[in-house]
Design a protein around this ligand. Structure first.
Ligand SMILES: C[S@@+](CC[C@H](N)C(=O)[O-])C[C@H]1O[C@@H](n2cnc3c(N)ncnc32)[C@H](O)[C@@H]1O
Length: 234
C-alpha cells in the first residue's frame, strides 16, 4: 500500500482519537473529584485541535477534505449556527418577503431555513451543496422548522444551477472549500438580479487574503457588515 500524506494524516488522526478515548476512560477510572473533568476537557481539546489541524492542512494545501470531515462538519454546524442571530443578520442585510435566494454550499441549511421563514411561502430558497448527506439533513430539518419553501439541489458545480436573477445569494463559510475563489464570486455576481446582493462569510482567511479577493472580483460595491460578513453587489 502506498504511503501518502493523506493516509498518514488519517492514521495520525485515528491514533489521536484512540489516545483521547483512553485518556477519557482513565479519567473516570483512576481519578476522583475534578480529575475526570480535567481529563475530559483535555481530551476534548485534543479532538478539537486535531480536527482543526486537519481542516487547516486541507485549506492550505488546497486538497479535498476526506469524507469523515463532512460528517464532523455536520455536527459542528449544528452547534455553532445560532438561528436567532442568523435571522437577525439576514433581516439587517435586507432579506425580505417574496425574494428568490440561492444558498451556495448550504450545508445542513441553517441559513436556508431562516431565509425561507423571512421570505414566506411566495418566495423560494434554492439550497445547493456537493454533499448529499448535508442535503439529506436539510430535508429532514425543513418540515419541523416550517420552512417548506426550500429546494435542496445536489450539484457538482455552479453550472448545475439553472436559475438566475437571484435577489440574494448566500456564500456562507464555504468559499475556503472552493478552488477558483475569484471565479466563483464573479459567477455568483453574474447570477444576481438588478438590485441583487451577494452575502459572503469568510472563514479561514486572513485580512490580506480577504482584501486581495475582494479587489480581484468584479463587484462595484462591497461593504463589511459584521465580523467576517461582506455584502457585495454589481
Ligand atoms: C462549512 S460548511 C457551511 C455550510 C453553511 N453555509 C453554513 O454556514 O451553515 C461548507 C459547505 O460547503 C459545501 N461545499 C464544499 N465544496 C462545495 C462546492 N464545490 N460546491 C457547493 N458546495 C460545496 C460543503 O459540502 C459544506 O456543506
Amino acid at each position: 500500500m502506498k504511503i501518502t500524506r493523506e493516509r498518514m494524516l488519517m492514521v495520525s488522526c485515528l491514533i489521536l482519537i484512540i489516545a483521547t478515548s483512553v485518556l477519557f476512560l482513565m479519567g473516570f477510572l483512576c481519578f476522583d473529584g475534578f480529575g475526570p473533568i480535567i481529563v475530559f476537557l483535555s481530551s476534548l481539546a485534543i479532538c478539537v485541535f486535531s480536527v482543526k489541524g486537519i481542516q487547516e492542512y486541507h485549506f492550505r494545501n488546497k486538497t479535498k477534505h476526506p469524507k469523515f470531515m463532512f460528517f464532523i462538519m455536520r455536527i459542528v454546524l449544528r452547534i455553532k449556527n445560532n438561528p436567532r442571530k442568523i435571522k437577525q443578520l439576514l433581516e439587517t442585510v435586507g432579506v425580505r418577503e417574496n425574494m428568490k435566494i440561492l444558498d451556495y454550499g448550504c450545508g445542513i441549511g441553517s441559513y436556508s431555513i431562516e431565509a425561507a421563514k423571512i421570505i414566506g411561502k411566495s418566495g423560494i430558497v434554492i439550497g445547493v451543496d456537493i454533499d448529499k448527506n448535508m442535503l439529506k439533513t436539510l430535508e429532514k430539518r425543513m418540515k419541523p422548522s416550517g420552512a417548506t419553501n426550500i429546494k435542496p439541489l445536489l450539484i457538482n458545480s455552479l453550472e448545475d444551477v439553472e436559475d438566475r436573477d437571484f435577489d440574494f445569494i448566500l456564500l456562507i463559510d464555504a468559499l475556503q472549500l472552493l478552488e477558483d475563489k475569484t471565479g466563483i464570486i464573479d459567477s455568483l455576481l453574474g447570477r444576481l438580479s438588478t438590485n441583487g446582493k451577494l452575502l459572503i462569510k469568510f472563514e479561514h482567511f486572513n485580512k490580506n487574503e480577504i482584501n486581495s479577493l475582494l479587489n480581484s472580483c468584479s463587484c462595484s460595491d462591497k461593504k463589511l457588515i459584521y465580523k467576517s460578513y461582506w455584502l457585495l453587489s454589481n
